[in-house]
Design a protein around this ligand. Structure first.
Ligand code: COA
Length: 249
């Protein structure tokens, strides 16, 4: 267990709060394990109606911990990061995200699997996989070209261009962009609590209708991307870029 993930149960809402601010909420293996377990438990618990994934009003997450990538890279598709991805993909209950500040790497791609996403207008989203010698993950190579068209998706995935919360909402990656981090997090909580007053089985069936048709193709994409990502992590290009970040000071 680590207090880098704070888990709160309030009425029917389970909140998973990333809480490792000294490292910009970068996600370690232990954090992925805890997130994956919590999602699976929430899915099975009849007292939980919705899950909220959030960080602080200054930072969502800087993505995978880069030191972890170098010291303990995922080696197989049952590694904690992939188990987390599949837990989110398979979660039958609504998942809401509240995002402010940096949302890098998996901090952006996980949003593609949430149901409602509230961001601050000045949130900084980015998927710098190629820049790090890696390749897209978490189904982003399938979802983003469909959502945005190939040309815009290529700016984000092949160039690693960043974008802000306002753009994320305009492009359909987020439900709404709010004026500040506090407002984005408050709105995400308010909307997540709304599921307490909705008929749960109707919500579950509706999410299944919306997400179900793509689930198997996404699972396949996650596996294909994951196998290449694991290889890329050991490539000279990635080792140079990741060490460059660690030694940048
Ligand atoms: N993994 C490990 N440590 C990270 C990290 C990551 N992904 N992101 C940030 N940190 C650490 C920094 O090393 C620094 O630690 P230190 O104080 O011990 O040196 C601390 O968090 C603060 O980061 P810093 O870069 O000083 O903050 P910033 O506000 O200037 O920038 C970011 C924030 C998120 C823009 C920047 O940290 C960044 O680009 N991080 C890497 C993002 C990334 O490439 N993620 C992987 C995607 S696959």
């Amino acid at each position: 267990m680590t207090d880098a993930i704070q888990i709160e149960h309030e009425r029917g809402l389970l909140t998973l709060r990333l809480n490792r601010l000294d490292k910009k909420n970068a996600l370690t293996r232990a954090m992925y394990s805890q997130l994956g377990d919590a999602l699976r438990q929430a899915d099975a618990d009849p007292n939980i109606n919705a899950v909220l994934i959030t960080g602080s009003s200054e930072c969502f997450t800087a993505g995978n911990d880069i030191a972890d990538f170098l010291e303990q890279p995922p080696s197989a598709l049952d590694s904690p990061v992939f188990r987390f991805m599949l837990a989110l993909l398979d979660c039958r209950k609504p998942v809401v995200a509240g995002v402010a500040g940096a949302a890098v790497g998996i901090g952006t791609t996980l949003l593609l699997h949430c149901d409602l996403v509230y961001v601050s207008r000045d949130a900084r989203l980015r998927m710098p996989f190629v820049n790090l010698g890696l390749c897209p993950e978490f189904g982003s190579s399938l979802i983003l070209p469909r959502l945005l068209g190939h040309a815009r998706a290529a700016e984000l995935l092949l160039l690693g261009e960043g974008f802000n919360g306002e753009q994320a909402a305009a492009w359909g990656i987020a439900s709404e962009a709010l004026g500040s981090g506090e407002e984005a997090l408050a709105k995400a909580r308010e909307m997540a609590l709304r599921f307490d007053s909705l008929p749960l089985e109707a919500v579950r069936i509706s999410k299944q209708l919306m997400k179900g048709p793509d689930r198997e193709s996404l699972r396949k994409a996650i596996e294909e991307e994951g196998a290449l990502f694991i290889q890329r992590l050991r490539s000279p290009e990635a080792l140079a870029a990741l060490s460059g970040f660690i030694n940048r000071r």
